[in-house]
Design a binder for this molecule. Structure first.
Ligand SMILES: [Zn+2]
Length: 171
């Protein structure tokens, strides 16, 4: 098992306390059928820019928290969980069969660990996502912090300037 050297646990003020007194975080899918629990702090957290995760999650990049399998459990809705194994990599992706939310990402090289979308959790997980994995596969349309400007008449909508200035029209 090789994971990045430990990031310092983030402030954990929002983490719930289980009856055993250990910190935990509870996550849920979009429809609420599946509820998950992890003990906190998580081992690590990372942004995944790989093409496989981008497609599986339907987003520019996915942000996961990785936890030991022994510190993870499904609280509710296990019967709704569907699982897909990627033929090429052997990685397994589980999702809610009712609403489609991605839930669990298991990688064969780290069988004792499960990775969960950070977005499932409202409370803190004990790790900040400071690592970027698969950055070389990042899509060229991914927003990388370019300056954004507000759009007039569209509250809440920001836009980035084109990467290249438009060519001057001649004639
Ligand atoms: Zn669901």
């Amino acid at each position: 098992m090789r994971e990045p050297p430990g990031a310092q646990p983030e402030a954990d003020a929002n983490a719930a306390q289980s009856s055993a007194g250990k910190a935990r975080a509870v996550g849920a899918c979009a429809c609420g059928t599946v509820r998950l629990e992890i003990a906190t702090p998580a081992v690590w957290a990372w942004h995944d820019h790989s093409e496989a995760s981008r497609r599986a999650q339907g987003c520019a990049y996915a942000t996961y928290v990785g936890v030991w399998r022994s510190r993870f459990r499904v609280l509710a809705g296990s019967e709704a969980i569907r699982r897909y194994e990627e033929p090429a990599t052997g990685a397994a992706r589980s999702f809610c069969g009712r609403c489609g939310s991605p839930l669990i990402y298991e990688r064969p090289h780290a069988p004792k660990m499960v990775n969960l979308p950070r977005a499932l959790f409202d409370s803190r997980t004990g790790r900040e996502p400071r690592y970027h994995v698969g950055f070389g596969e990042a899509a060229d349309w991914t927003w990388r912090g370019e300056t954004l400007s507000p759009m007039k008449a569209y509250p809440g909508v920001m836009h980035a300037r084109p990467k290249r200035p438009p060519r001057a029209r001649i004639g």
